[in-house]
Design a protein around this ligand. Structure first.
Ligand code: 5GP
Length: 178
């Protein structure tokens, strides 16, 4: 285990199994429709790469990236798109693939932004759901694991661009970020 990690929440094998069941659920629910996956960079890259390979259809993908201004520890609500999607989702089903939903402000902003492209539908698939921190009501269609209000890293999730490479998801020692 990395020396900055307090404890492992989800080992690689547990994540792999859960991602597979999410992929099976998506494939079943959207049978014959082939939704486009839109990953929220950079945190969701590892999840997106694994999820797309569990689907029973040849999924198309794209990336969106947002920047949130203000305090580092929590989402301020001031959010801007720093990289938009390039694929055309008009009239198509889309699923936003996110690493973690905390306050919900980021995903709400992304949904509103993507709706301007007139997709047939927008779903939300989040690997982690930190529901205790939610500030607005968000419908998560596919949620991997619930997490409590602790700062987690690994499997794509970072702190100051570190720890994304870890194959597991763990709680970062508070002394690293405080
Ligand atoms: P929200 O807008 O829902 O508050 O924030 C979502 C974003 O905050 C996530 O995409 C992620 O970048 C970041 N975030 C929230 N909680 C955590 C956490 O525990 N660990 C990491 N690494 N990022 C988090």
């Amino acid at each position: 285990m990395h020396r900055h990690i307090k404890r492992i929440l989800f080992p690689a094998k547990t994540i792999r199994k859960r991602v597979k069941t999410l992929g099976e659920e998506i494939s079943r629910d959207y049978k014959g429709r082939e939704p486009i996956l839109i990953g929220v960079a950079n945190g969701a890259l590892v999840f997106l790469a694994d999820l797309m390979r569990t689907l029973s259809y040849p999924a198309k993908i794209d990336l969106i990236r947002v920047r949130s201004y203000g305090q580092k520890a929590s989402t301020s609500g001031l959010i801007a798109i720093s990289k938009d999607i390039e694929i055309d989702i008009a009239g198509k089903d889309a699923i936003i693939v996110e690493d973690i939903i905390d306050t919900g402000l980021t995903i709400d902003f992304i949904i509103r932004h993507l709706e301007k492209n007139n997709p047939a539908s927008i779903g939300v698939c989040a690997l982690l759901d930190k529901s205790a921190a939610r500030k607005i009501n968000i419908k998560i269609n596919y949620a991997g694991f619930p997490v409590i209000n602790e700062f987690v890293v690994g499997y794509g999730l970072d702190y100051a661009e570190n720890y994304r490479h870890l194959p597991y998801i763990g709680v970062l020692k508070p002394e690293i970020y405080s």
